[in-house]
Design a protein around this ligand. Structure first.
Ligand code: AMP
Length: 220
């Protein structure tokens, strides 16, 4: 069996990590696992767990590890993960990085690379204000820099495009920026110390960010 390829994508929300994760998953023929998408999907159900997850997301707070880890394990156990996967939005804090490491150590699997996409705060606020997300497949657009071909509709599946509720809530955005620096920063450091971190300049056109990433990863 070939060694699974496991890539972790980091970047403040709006940096383009989801977009780059999708491109990398397509190039490598492995699944893109977005924890945010899985949580939003779970949150739509009519269960006490869904209501609990909804309240964390709506307030811009991280969902606790006790809820996140079983969700990750369930996704990780599926057949399509055997060749590897791109993890987007997980781990998001040091405790999650350590728990992920424990799961992988037990299986003798190593992380291939952790990728951190950087953008400035000014660029971030302007991007979030114009971000559109497909309600059906989760594809991400930008009204200014990457608009859909038909206004309001997803190019890929024809689904309806909306602004995410937490993208228009300035307080929620501030909470997310603070969380990112306070908590995700520690997870990024964890991978830097293990020589797994690759830093990418995110304030370039999507294709150029992808090109830089492929080049640095040695993917032709
Ligand atoms: P995202 O789509 O990655 O911006 O995630 C949206 C929201 O889902 C976040 O603001 C958190 O409330 C929650 N979330 C996503 N990933 C995680 C994670 N790894 N741990 C805890 N909460 C998460």
């Amino acid at each position: 069996m070939n060694t699974p390829q496991i890539y972790l994508m980091f970047g403040i929300q709006g940096a383009g990590k989801g977009t780059q994760a999708v491109l990398l998953a397509q190039a490598l023929h492995i699944p893109h696992i977005s924890m945010g998408d899985i949580l939003r999907e779970t949150a739509q159900q009519d269960t006490p767990l869904a209501a609990e997850i909804r309240s964390y997301i709506e307030h811009g707070n991280l969902v606790p590890d006790e809820l996140i880890m079983p969700i990750f394990k369930e996704r990780f156990a599926r057949d399509d993960c055997q060749k590897g996967f791109i993890l987007d939005g997980f781990p998001r804090k040091l405790s999650q990085a350590e728990k992920l490491q424990a799961i992988l150590d037990e299986l003798g699997i190593e992380i291939t690379r952790a990728i951190d996409i950087h953008i400035s705060e000014t660029e971030l606020l302007s991007r979030l204000a114009s971000r559109l997300v497909c309600t059906s497949c989760g594809a991400v657009y930008n009204e200014n820099s990457a608009p859909p071909k038909t206004e309001g509709l997803c190019d890929q599946c024809g689904g309806k495009l909306v602004k995410r509720q937490d993208d228009s809530d300035v307080e929620a955005i501030r909470t997310r920026i603070r969380h990112f620096h306070d908590t995700t920063g520690q997870a990024i450091e964890y991978y830097r110390q293990r020589d797994l971190l690759l830093e990418i300049h995110g304030e370039q056109p999507i294709a150029d960010v992808f090109q830089e990433m492929k080049q640095k990863l040695g993917i032709v």
